[in-house]
Design a protein around this ligand. Structure first.
Ligand code: NAX
Length: 328
């Protein structure tokens, strides 16, 4: 038996946690021969529901689930963590401005960043899902400066998957026929799904979808607004698809990316494409399979795409300015 991987998950009693945890415990994420120890982190009011989640995980009798610790103590929760999936955050409530939400959640991510720095394993990798995920990740990373910047990620894979699904439906092809579809910018309503460099069975999207107006209009808008459409239909925000995207993000970082493809994740900019160094921005990325990712260079966004991307980067810079007092 391999040594168990320690996986810490915040917001573990929430919707996404409910879909995510059994898949981690079953071996779908880290491999069929890799035991895992789960550290499940909740705030005090969530601890009762978390106890129920733990009961259910136990009742699954997963062969690879080595141990479960349920806690509201961040030091215990991140103790020895190899992976930290930061899912929990406070949802936006009626009347709340984006700045208020950034401030409330920002403070959470200061404490979590510091606790990760104090307690996690040397090889820690962090994926932030809780919104606003790019800026939450920026705050956590800046409050854990001894952890290299290339260990921090925020999730835009759900947006990539939504974009693939929308293109496949319009083109009358399968999702698997679509490659090189990257999300650029912020995980927000300004994100840019780059249809110009995406390929369908190796050919440009325009060969299958000649209506440029649809690509520039409804396609982008629907991907940007998909989360809201799901809330309107289900009365709850996306959870199964979000958990699946988190799993695919971790897998994409742990597996070498095929040479003819790339994937979206937000990570600390190295100055590529003129994006301020250190800003947590989504790009097309490739991984060598070692838990890290590098930004694909030389992608030509074209005038339309560049303008859209810049809008999203500007929003990230605004968010950064709003939380400047949380960045040491
Ligand atoms: P839920 O409200 O169902 O669950 C959130 C859980 O987090 C709750 O159990 C709550 O008690 C807990 N929590 C709150 N503050 C915490 C803290 N400081 N430490 C630990 N736990 C804490 O939300 P859910 O649907 O699971 O969504 C979780 C987050 O994912 C939200 O912020 C949501 O906006 C975000 N999403 C991000 C997506 C992405 O693509 N990046 C897409 C899906 C989702 O909207």
């Amino acid at each position: 038996m391999k040594k168990p991987l320690v996986v810490s998950v915040t917001g573990a009693a929430g919707q996404i946690g409910y879909s995510l945890l059994p898949r981690i415990a079953s071996g779908q994420v880290f491999g069929p021969d890799q035991p895992v120890s789960l550290r499940l982190i909740e705030i005090e009011p969530g601890m009762k529901a978390l106890a129920g989640v733990v009961m259910e995980l136990n009742d699954c009798a997963f062969p690879l689930l080595e141990s479960i610790e349920a806690t509201s103590d961040l030091d215990a929760g991140f103790d020895g963590a190899n992976w930290a999936l930061l899912v929990g955050s406070v949802p936006r409530k009626a009347g709340m401005e984006r700045k208020d939400l950034l401030g409330i959640n920002g403070k959470i991510f200061i404490g979590q960043g510091q606790a990760i720095e104090r307690n996690a394993s040397d090889d820690i990798r962090v994926l932030v899902v809780g919104n606003p995920c790019n800026t939450n990740c920026l705050i956590a990373m800046n409050n854990a400066r001894s952890i290299p910047a290339d260990r921090w990620f925020a999730m835009t894979r759900l947006d990539e998957n939504r974009a693939k699904s929308a293109l496949a439906e319009k083109a009358g092809v399968h999702n698997r026929d679509i490659t090189k579809l990257a999300i650029w910018g912020n995980h927000s309503s300004t994100l840019y799904p780059d249809f110009e460099n995406a390929l369908i069975n190796g050919d440009p999207v325009s060969k299958f979808i000649p209506e440029r107006a649809w690509l520039e209009g409804d396609f982008i808008k629907n991907v940007q607004q998909r989360g809201a459409a799901i809330i309107a239909a289900r009365g709850l925000s996306s959870a199964k698809s979000a958990a699946h995207a988190a799993i695919e993000t971790v897998q994409a970082l742990r597996e070498a990316t095929p040479a003819d493809d790339w994937h979206s994740v937000a990570l600390a900019s190295d100055g590529s494409y003129g994006v301020e160094k250190g800003l947590i921005c989504s790009f097309p990325t490739r991984s060598k399979g070692d838990g890290s990712a590098s930004i694909v260079q030389g992608v030509d966004l074209g005038e339309f795409g560049q303008a859209k991307f810049q809008l999203s980067v500007n929003e990230l810079l605004e968010e950064k300015a709003m939380v400047s007092e949380l960045l040491p």
